[in-house]
Design a protein around this ligand. Sequence first.
Ligand SMILES: C[S@@+](CC[C@H](N)C(=O)[O-])C[C@H]1O[C@@H](n2cnc3c(N)ncnc32)[C@H](O)[C@@H]1O
Length: 238
Amino acid sequence: MDLSQSWEAQAEQWIKWARAPNDSYWRHHRDQFIRLLPAPGKQTVDVGCGEGRLTRHLKQLGHAVVGMDASPSLVAAARAADPSMDIVLANAASIPLRDKCADLAVAFMSLHDVDDMASAVKEIARILVPGGRLCMAIVHPINSCGRFEAATADARFVIQGDYLRSFRYSDAVESDGLSMTFHSQHRPLEAYFVALEEAGLLVEALREPAVPDEAIGSPAGRRWQRLPLFLQLRARRA
Ligand SMILES: C[S@@+](CC[C@H](N)C(=O)[O-])C[C@H]1O[C@@H](n2cnc3c(N)ncnc32)[C@H](O)[C@@H]1O
């Protein structure tokens, strides 16, 4: 099963998880990410939009936005949540939009879940006008290659395998009576930066946001103020 099929298989769980207030998206990550975005332009494309929570938020912020995802069930959920929105069922490695049709592409927490990330980045560059931006967020590669030994604020973080090797992994999590299994690909930072470089996308901003104090639910949560959960960046098409 490839990653997009694994996400389709988890679609029902993801819709519930993505809409529950405990997810990092609602507690801090969406607002941290939005700060990286340019002002709304002519056309924004949300690549790997899932059930569409960020796509809907971008619309509220004034973006003319098209959502795009490879999971039929998540696309159906995004369309049902706002039937006025344009949501396309497609693989990010082959985006069915014309060249230079967008001035902003957003890939929020999706590129580490895409099998052919390099082709997806090339496709994103193709649909951007010169000077257009890609804003992306991924699970930070240091996070995906290791783990804390315990759920305490001062726990040791251990990398047992290889940071430099790309590998597939699954994380089963539970919270507030919901369960979700995330299927993703660990890649070293260089893999993303080579993909951007080969697609002609120049990085102009990078963030490793700590979980802010107000989003820390328990003392143990402070371990995520020592190490980044996520990596965000903004790149410009040359
Ligand atoms: C963690 S979810 C993020 C969804 C959304 N951006 C959000 O934050 O709510 C990752 C998404 O990537 C999508 N995905 C995985 N492989 C894909 C591919 N090859 N093309 C497009 N989307 C893909 C999944 O279907 C899933 O919706």
